[in-house]
Design a binder for this molecule. Structure first.
Ligand code: AHG
Ligand code: MN
Ligand code: MN
Length: 334
């Protein structure tokens, strides 16, 4: 914890804004505070998940054909509600909604687009394992006619993200975000209901001792991935590795960010394009990774350079410390 009086996320956002863009309108800070409000509401629901009647499947399937958990639905509603009334968000897109949602009131003059995975790792909820929320913030041109296809605003390259981050509902609730000026982490102090700066300017170690991958899929990984994992296990990178896989991207990435190492979701037999979603999983994670000194690719190019073609597009995701990522990319180049 930083020394001195506690610095809340709101104070931090405002101070960063004053320092980096002194003439900014404050709209952006207002938007980010909508995310922190949603995070607190979702955290509260996650904390009481075993008590309230919100465990289990909601009975429907989302656009990807996956079972929808009740908390997925709830988290989605909370985010739509908290962000849709900020005044500056014109378009939202969520893992749980087939199409982008246009905020009727702000569709002409709203200058932001928010894309999110409301509850990541939702298969872990019922067994009390960490879950998260992932978000990506983009800018848009105003649209005085109000006629523009919202998909144009949503399908932007990851490099154009203005901010990105995640909330991890773990043993404590944390929010980690970047606006392109480093990565900062805040821990929710439940006694005062505020996110307090706890991890300033996070840097991913240049290498780690953990790899994270669903090894049940290893038989269907391409040869360079199998060879890479064999090298890690054999100590060929000069150290002994452990394996850790939670199955919540947010939690697996959070560990990778703080401790270094590598997280992989390569193409598999079941998911030949990779399983994770580009716009609201891989892009925000890649922005954070690069800002923290790590790397994120799809095996061919940086995630942030991929030109998106559809809202729910999947991508392989390889993310982690420089050293492990360099070796993996060398093997993948053949
Ligand atoms: P979501 O719960 O938002 O659908 O995301 C689940 C994702 C991600 O969190 C995790 O990294 C991955 O699915 C795990 O997939 P496997 O169970 O195939 O390993
Ligand atoms: Mn997810
Ligand atoms: Mn999800």
């Amino acid at each position: 914890m930083a020394a001195g009086p506690p610095l809340t996320i709101q104070q931090h956002i405002l101070e960063e804004q004053r320092r980096l863009t002194p003439h900014a309108s404050g709209d952006f800070s207002w938007l980010l505070s909508g995310i922190t409000l949603a995070a607190k509401i979702i955290a509260d629901q996650v904390r009481r998940a075993g008590l309230a009647d919100i465990l289990g499947e909601a009975g429907g399937r989302n656009v990807q054909g996956e079972a929808v958990q009740k908390l997925d639905v709830l988290a989605n509603k909370v985010l739509l509600h908290c962000l849709g009334r900020r005044g500056n968000v014109a378009v939202m897109a969520s893992e749980e909604d087939d199409e982008p949602i246009v905020v009727a009131r702000d569709r002409q003059y709203g200058t932001y687009v928010v894309v999110f995975d409301p509850l990541d790792g939702s298969s872990n909820i019922d067994v009390n394992v960490s879950v998260g929320t992932i978000f990506s913030i983009l800018r848009r041109e105003i649209d005085p006619t109000g006629q523009r296809d919202p998909m144009i605003d949503v399908l932007q390259c990851g490099r154009l993200q203005r901010a990105a981050g995640y909330v991890v509902y773990g043993s404590s609730t944390m929010i980690v975000y970047t606006t392109g000026h480093g990565v900062h982490g805040f821990t929710l102090d439940p006694s005062i209901g505020a996110f307090i700066l706890s991890h300033e300017n996070i840097k991913m170690p240049p290498h780690g001792t953990i790899y994270s991958v669903n090894e049940a899929n290893a038989d269907s990984f391409a040869e360079p991935y199998r060879r890479f994992l064999a090298e890690l296990r054999a100590g060929q990178l000069g150290r002994t590795y452990s394996s850790r896989y939670i199955g919540s991207l947010v939690a697996d990435f959070h560990r990778t960010l703080l401790k270094g190492g590598v997280f992989l979701y390569p193409p598999t037999r079941q998911y030949p394009q990779g399983k994770l979603r580009l716009l609201y999983e891989a892009n925000p994670i890649a922005f954070l990774a690069e800002q923290a000194g790590g790397a994120a690719t799809d095996g061919r190019q940086p995630i942030l350079d991929i030109k998106p073609e559809s809202l729910h597009q999947r991508t392989p995701l390889l993310v982690g410390s420089r050293e492990e990522m360099d070796r993996l990319m060398t093997l993948l180049r053949g």
